[in-house]
Design a binder for this molecule. Structure first.
Ligand code: SF4
Ligand code: SF4
Length: 133
């Protein structure tokens, strides 16, 4: 009587892992900073209202619209004083960038910088915005 040769163990199937994520272009990554065009911003507050994390705050004031034609009714417009994003709460969802009707918000080519302390993540984006007298 001859011994039965041992049955070889089946080779383990490679377990498929998650597909590698494509490397984002600068400014297209999930943690790119948000850039604000101060001249384009009308202080309409839409981004403030639409942000699901309530991390945008802005302040503005009313000023008379200059250079109205003779006889035109006096009108005012909003002028931006400050605009902050709290990156400690930001979801980087891009809703503010998508919803701004004046294309004042965009993803910056620079990634968002880390902060040493919590308050460092509250960024003032409207530096240089005119301030009220
Ligand atoms: S950034 Fe856009 S949506 Fe936000 S207040 Fe300015 S104009 Fe409005
Ligand atoms: S990216 Fe999303 S969470 Fe961040 S400020 Fe814009 S709307 Fe708010």
């Amino acid at each position: 009587m001859t011994a039965t040769p041992p049955v070889p163990e089946p080779a383990p199937h490679p377990v498929p892992g998650p597909a590698p994520k494509p490397v984002p272009e600068p400014g297209e990554g999930p943690h790119a900073a948000i850039a604000l065009s101060v001249p384009a911003c009308t202080s309409c507050d839409i981004c403030v209202v639409e942000c699901p994390a309530w991390c945008i705050e802005l302040e503005s004031h009313a000023e008379p619209v200059p250079d109205l034609p003779p006889g035109a009714r006096a009108r005012t417009h909003r002028v931006l004083d400050s605009f902050t994003v709290d990156y400690g709460r930001c979801l980087f969802c891009g809703i503010c960038v998508e919803e701004c009707p004046f294309d004042a918000l965009s993803w910056s080519p620079e990634p968002e910088r880390p902060g040493a302390v919590r308050v460092d993540l509250v960024r003032q984006l409207a530096a240089g915005a005119p301030t009220p007298d």
